[in-house]
Ligand binder design. Structure first.
Ligand SMILES: *Cc1c(COP(=O)(O)O)cnc(C)c1O
Length: 458
């Protein structure tokens, strides 16, 4: 399978290269040159598979040539062995909404589902055999711990995790800063997630530095994460056995919902993909008005969605602009130089065929958590609550699934505020709660961060 850049279709890469680089030269994102489309009988065959078997079939479409199917199967089996649920995820009915629970991995958020596979891919592709690999990742709270849980103690790999200082929940930080061993470095950057993401992107575009430290990345712009996330859209569809489904997705960097979009391109009968945002509603604004204009980040009750620069949206733009790479490049230049870009009406119409977008405020989030708890005696975390809230605001939606992206314990203070209930820590993380946190506070300054990395890996 070959890959190109959203900003330059003439570039060509193999899976191993795009897996390692994360970001294309010149700043674009990678997309595959082909997307397999399943017909009805093929879908019927897939519907009989276990989660791991299904994951193997789907992911193999995107990495054939670099990993054999058998090897892929074994690294997926290994990745999902430690999940609480045999089939990795669970689908429940909460009132009239189907809930897809994605938080049964080691760090209690959906990020584990892709990250556990990715860790094994690093080993399998032998990328760190000759020279140590230094992985950089920016996190809004959950990617960091999932990356640490996956890359902990792997030979010849160091991981540097940048999170926005004091802007993630206490439990998110606790997990992230206690589970790591000596190859893990946590940096609390005095800034927002967008600042962290910008630093990481700039370092990837710094050829000199990137090559010197043999840098790699596992942020949600890494295509390998998206392909692992496509799987649960299929799995849910096969579980529920409806003709067609819509999905409501708590959205930040547009990675998780983009996986749903690719599932639809692969032939899964998806009606609408509902983008649920919090106060940081850039995606809601661009999908409803056509103007993409990042604002200041406002801290909210759903911190993993406190993002204004939603990177994976560029991958949707590529298709909405009729695969015109030059135009994507132009819009991204406008964004950089003028702080915004605007879509034409026909481009926006293209997006609206597949997407709805809704903003859910903190106040609404609290009342949804309370309401769901009172009616069903069931707790949903603040991110998942935005997905429930968005469903209530969209008209003419029939069978719909909300993605449950994190375990409520990760946000126990908000849960207590909404419901009065205290949540017990789940078994997966109990052992970390008495451990000391290990992280370094650092200025929001790219030179300082380069220096930090240099001193740690010399
Ligand atoms: C990362 C995250 C999101 C947002 O996912 P994106 O792929 O960035 O859109 C939503 N909820 C939780 C709990 C998360 O950790």
């Amino acid at each position: 399978m070959n890959y190109f850049s959203t900003r330059d279709k003439s570039q060509s890469f193999k899976f191993k290269e795009i897996f390692l680089r994360g970001l294309a030269p010149g700043g674009g994102l990678f997309l595959p040159s082909e997307i397999k489309r399943y017909n009805k009988s093929e879908l019927n065959n897939l519907s009989k598979l276990s989660y791991s078997e299904l994951a193997t079939e789907i992911i193999y479409n995107f990495c054939s040539g670099d990993i054999s199917k058998q090897e892929l199967k074994s690294l997926i089996d290994k990745a999902y062995k430690n999940f609480e649920k045999k089939n990795v995820v669970d689908v429940k009915k909460i009132g009239n909404i189907n809930l897809l629970e994605l938080y049964y991995g080691p760090t209690l958020a959906f990020k584990d589902i892709a990250m556990q596979v990715i860790g094994n891919m690093y080993d399998h592709l032998k990328v760190a055999k000759e020279k140590p690999v230094n992985i950089l990742v920016a996190t809004s709270g959950d990617t960091g711990s999932a990356a640490i849980a996956s890359l902990n103690n792997r030979e010849n790999i160091n991981l540097f995790v940048l999170h926005p200082h004091n802007k993630i929940s206490k439990v998110q930080r606790k997990i992230m800063t206690t589970i790591g061993e000596s190859n893990i470095y946590n940096l609390a950057v005095e800034g927002t997630f967008d600042d962290c993401q910008k630093i990481v992107k700039n370092l990837f575009n710094d050829d000199d530095f990137r090559e010197k430290i043999n840098m790699s990345g596992v942020n949600s712009i890494n295509w390998a994460r998206i392909i692992c996330q496509i799987v649960y859209y299929f799995f849910t569809f096969f579980q529920l056995k409806k003709d067609e489904l819509s999905f409501s997705v708590p959205t930040g960097n547009f990675g998780d919902i983009y996986a749903g979009y690719i599932a639809k391109k692969m032939g899964l009968p998806i009606n609408k993909l509902i983008v649920a945002t919090n106060e940081n509603d850039i995606l809601q604004r661009v999908i409803n008005t056509g103007e993409y204009k990042p604002d200041k980040v406002t801290p909210s009750l759903s911190p993993s969605m406190d993002i204004q620069v939603s990177s994976n949206f560029e991958r949707l733009l590529f298709y909405a602009l009729n695969e015109n790479d030059q135009k994507v490049d132009l819009l991204m230049k406008n964004l950089k130089d003028k702080g915004l870009f605007k879509l034409e009406i026909n481009e926006l119409e293209e997006i609206k065929k597949d997407f709805e977008a809704v903003k859910v405020s903190d106040e609404e989030t609290l009342s949804i958590i309370k309401d769901v708890y009172e009616k069903n005696k069931f707790l949903i975390d603040p991110h998942t609550a935005t997905a429930f809230g968005a469903i209530n605001k969209v008209e003419e939606i029939n069978e719909v699934v909300a993605l449950g992206t994190a375990h409520p314990y990760k946000f126990f203070e908000t849960m207590k505020k909404a419901t009065g209930e205290n949540i017990e820590p789940p078994v997966q993380i109990k052992k970390y709660l008495d451990k000391d946190e290990k992280f370094d506070i650092i200025e929001n300054n790219i030179s300082k961060i380069k220096e930090y990395i240099h001193t740690k890996i010399k």
